[in-house]
Design a protein around this ligand. Sequence first.
Ligand code: DQA
Length: 147
Amino acid sequence: MSKILVLHGPNLNLLGIREPDMYGSETLVGINGQLKGKITAAGHEFEAFQSNAEHELVDKVQSARGNTAFIIINPGAFTHTSVALRDALTGVSIPFIEVHLSNIFKREEFRRHSYFTDVAEGSIVGLGSLGYSLAVEAALQHLSKKV
Ligand code: DQA
């Protein structure tokens, strides 16, 4: 049994309310519930954490060292700004997948660069909440190859 940590960055607590045409109508609680179902059904442990504060996300990644096998992260706006969060992820050497509900490459110029894509196992963009489920599937496959 391994732990999969799902991290949500700033403003993702507003899912369901925030720009539903862009980010969909599902809430964060709803999305986490679905992911928990898939992960626990596969015999693994699920943890989710959302924060609007960069340092809290950095602290969470650091505390995952030694107890977490895989991270799924939507860094929200920190995608485009946070060297600190990128450094935390590379620093703990935990494989991770980057997820974005919207297609960041189809939007404003400033969203087209991610500090995470080149150090992630993979990135999923533009598929709404399905992206998280696909990331869980990939994480489970990754874990099954490890044991
Ligand atoms: C986002 C895309 C980011 O550019 C934005 O700041 C978000 C959400 C997405 O899931 O599409 O907060 O990460």
